[in-house]
Design a protein around this ligand. Structure first.
Ligand code: FES
Length: 121
């Protein structure tokens, strides 16, 4: 049995190989691990992996995908209609092009850690 593969182009960073039935976030993590996404400014943001934390927001600019349920606190219906979604909740149905989007309403982890280390908050 052959698993269908779809290229996932990440704007300005490179290409990942997506597999039918595999979450796009997993494909991106694998590509990052193999050094295929060379120009990412930071490591891929990964949190809950279930559509609840919103750190893996991406905007799909081309291609088809199906998606699981996701928190409306992080992606509104209007945003979703405009291609904004969560990489941990989508599965490719064709070649995709996307770009990483900043998370909304998520604490800056570095800032949070600094406060915790110094005994603040
Ligand atoms: S990792 Fe939490 S919403 Fe994707």
């Amino acid at each position: 049995m052959t698993v269908e593969r779809f290229p996932i182009q990440v704007e300005g960073s490179g290409e990942a190989s997506g597999h039918a039935g595999e979450r796009v976030l997993v494909s991106l993590e694998r590509a990052q691990g193999f050094g295929q996404l060379k120009n990412l400014p930071v490591r891929l943001p990964v949190g809950c992996r279930r559509g609840g934390c919103g750190v893996c927001r991406v905007r799909v600019t081309a291609g088809d995908y199906r998606s699981d349920k996701m928190s409306r606190a992080h992606v509104s219906e209007e945003e979703e209609a405009a291609g904004l979604t969560l990489a941990c909740c989508i599965y490719p149905l064709s070649a995709l092009s996307l770009r990483l989007e900043p998370a909304v309403g998520v604490k800056d982890k570095k800032q949070h850690c600094k406060k915790s280390e110094s005994g603040g908050e």
